[in-house]
Ligand binder design. Structure first.
Ligand code: EPZ
Length: 422
């Protein structure tokens, strides 16, 4: 019995929504909690399947883990006695690769399946492995497994060949308990990396420079307990901002860190929308005409690749030619075919999508291939003539908590139906 989302077109967003904790910080912070035998209390976690999967994995490793009555996750990893997380659980969650850095840091060994690919193109982990080897780990990659072993981990000077969020965080996780000093150069600067570094420092680690392109870590012997509040999810916030702009509505997105959204604010203003920015909220007023854009995705603080699919839908409404160049992933254009099924006029030339805007979309049955493509189809369904049936909700539920409830707070109706119903 597969679930679909029925999206009735021509709905206008009007309302307010509170943003959840950042998925891409949370999926690293839970594995990081394995590094200490102290207690971790983590709040503002999004209730999404990626988090539920990680709770299951940590529990299978021997952690005592549960949500308390305030809704915070309490983790005691003292009882963790395994370094080989169950493959059948790991294979269902790409971000489980952070277990490599944390189990290597804690136990000096880890056995874990290679992380699964997805629809964004190849997802290598060579830079992660480069860091682990530099710290002293022997690496075996065979039968689809990654096996890391180290007599001890010693601080090293590591230069990343590619700006990688995952590699930056994973090497940090392995280095905080290494002997001596580690310097990692050419690192990613995403706010989620800063949040993980703050979590580690709250446990007693010595990590400086997160958010810049050089991170320095002085290894410590052990880590202690921690209480941490996960930062707001800038990608979820940006998704709602773009949805409001696309539907011609008005929305207040609350509990955000506006600084993390600078590039989205700038681009929505360039496309012709009016925005008001408060200390922890952003108001989007979409009553003006749309202008075409030339947009390029880059690592933070550039325009985030995760909002490339949603902003492509927005640009179908801007008369004229818009250009989106995807500089982060090799093939993050799987959503283009499906959008063309809805009447979008988009041509691909290498890493650039050329969008001929000003043509109305019409509802269709479409399939989400990844989380952010799914979000884009919701926005496309809202602005289309007619009804859209969206398959692949497992992708959406991975990263957006109770998506239909959140959008209903913005005044639009999304209906989750099972495939038997007409
Ligand atoms: C993180 O993925 C996010 N996922 C992605 O969000 C996000 O799109 C991406 O960073 C870029 O911001 C999580 O945080 C769980 P990368 P990650 O390593 O770490 C290449 C979402 O929807 N690369 O920064 O896997 C890689 O192929 C997801 O929330 C190597 O070549 O991304 C890519 O082209 C989608 N070798 C580029 O670097 C490596 O060892 C950036 O990837 C690692 C990466």
């Amino acid at each position: 019995m597969s679930e679909k989302l029925l999206i009735t077109g021509k709905q206008t967003i009007k309302g307010r929504v509170k943003v959840n904790g950042a998925k891409n910080a949370a999926v690293a912070i839970l594995p990081a909690a394995l590094l200490t035998e102290g207690q971790g209390v983590i709040s503002n976690l999004p209730r999404i399947t990626d988090i539920h999967m990680l709770v299951e994995i940590l529990s299978a490793l021997g952690a005592d883990i549960s949500f308390n009555k305030e809704g915070s996750l309490v983790v005691n990893s003292a009882g963790v006695n395994r370094f080989d997380p169950p493959p059948q659980l790991v294979n269902r969650l790409r971000a489980s690769y952070y277990l490599m850095g944390s189990l290597l840091g804690r136990f000096k060994q880890v056995e874990i399946p290679m992380p699964g690919g997805c629809d964004l193109g190849p997802r290598p982990i060579d830079q992660h492995i480069k860091g682990f080897s530099a710290l002293g780990a022997q690496v075996e990659m065979e039968r689809g497994m990654v096996i890391l072993k180290a007599k001890k981990l010693t601080g090293a000077h590591i230069y990343l060949d590619v700006i990688s969020v995952g590699a930056t965080i994973n090497i940090m996780l392995a280095a905080v308990l290494a002997e001596g000093k580690t310097v990692i150069e050419n690192v990613a600067r995403e706010p989620e990396i800063v949040d993980v570094a703050n979590f580690l420092n709250a446990m007693g680690a010595h990590v400086v420079g997160a958010g810049t392109d050089v991170i320095k870590i002085q290894g410590v012997k052990e880590l202690g307990g921690v209480e941490h509040n996960v930062i707001p999810d800038r990608i979820e916030a940006g998704t709602f901002m773009i949805a409001a702009a696309a539907t011609g509505g008005e929305a207040v997105i609350e509990e955000v860190i506006p600084k993390h959204l600078d590039s989205i604010i700038a681009k929505l203003r360039e496309v012709g929308k009016e925005l008001e920015v408060g200390p922890d909220w952003i108001k989007v007023m979409a009553n003006n005409p749309f202008y075409p854009l030339d947009l390029k995705t880059f690592p933070y603080p550039g325009f985030p690749t995760d909002l490339q699919p949603p902003v492509m839908v927005l640009l179908t409404m801007a008369p004229g030619l818009s250009f989106i160049t995807e500089n982060v992933f090799e093939r993050r254009f799987r959503h283009v075919d499906e959008l063309c099924k809805m009447g979008a006029k988009i041509k691909l030339e290498g890493r650039t999508a050329i969008i001929e805007g000003g043509h109305e979309l019409t509802g269709a049955s479409v399939q989400a291939g990844d989380l952010r493509g799914g979000a884009a189809f919701i926005i496309a369904g809202l602005i289309s003539e007619g009804e859209t049936y969206l398959d692949g909700l497992e992708h959406i539920d991975r990263g957006y908590e109770r998506i239909e409830e959140r959008f209903s707070g913005l005044g639009v109706k999304l209906q989750r139906i099972t495939s038997e119903k007409p």
